[in-house]
Design a protein around this ligand. Structure first.
Ligand code: THU
Length: 133
């Protein structure tokens, strides 16, 4: 199994655990970190809607919990008809631990359909240097 297939399969497994009773939209995410380990997450909604968390947030938190700070590649898969791209907040979360050239793989239920550089999804990210006066 290729690394990309492993990422897809890990994200698909994670998606099964999505808690999405309100949107009924399950999302799974798999992060390949710089130690070549895969960390996964799923969306976890809440009756107080803004308290819900995205799949990407869960996967990135799991990576950090294991002491890793660098995303090599990231894959997102969802159950809907259309491909989804990470939401704006999640692009910012990804940017914190990735480079502009980091590949973001977008998958439907069957396979990866698009692999796109983070810089194409978030061309003008708010970075640490933005804080320097
Ligand atoms: N969602 C994610 O998990 N990741 C995204 O990048 C987009 C949206 C989730 C949040 C919510 O639980 C559901 O999809 C519908 O918005």
């Amino acid at each position: 199994m290729s690394q990309l297939e492993k990422l897809f399969s890990a994200a698909t497994e994670a998606k099964k655990n999505a808690y999405a009773p309100y949107s009924k939209f399950a999302v799974g995410c798999a992060v390949l970190a710089d130690n070549d380990k895969i960390y996964t997450g799923c969306n976890v909604e809440n009756i107080s809607y803004p308290c819900g968390t995205c799949a990407e947030a869960g996967a990135i938190a799991a990576m950090n919990l294991d002491g890793r700070r660098k995303i090599k590649e990231i894959l997102i898969t969802a159950d809907g008809q259309d491909l989804i791209a990470p939401c704006g907040a999640c692009l910012q979360r990804i940017a914190e631990f990735a480079d502009s050239a980091t590949l973001v793989h977008l998958a439907d239920t069957q396979a990866v359909r698009k692999s796109i550089k983070l810089s194409e999804l978030l061309p003008f990210a708010f970075k640490e240097r933005s804080l320097q006066s």
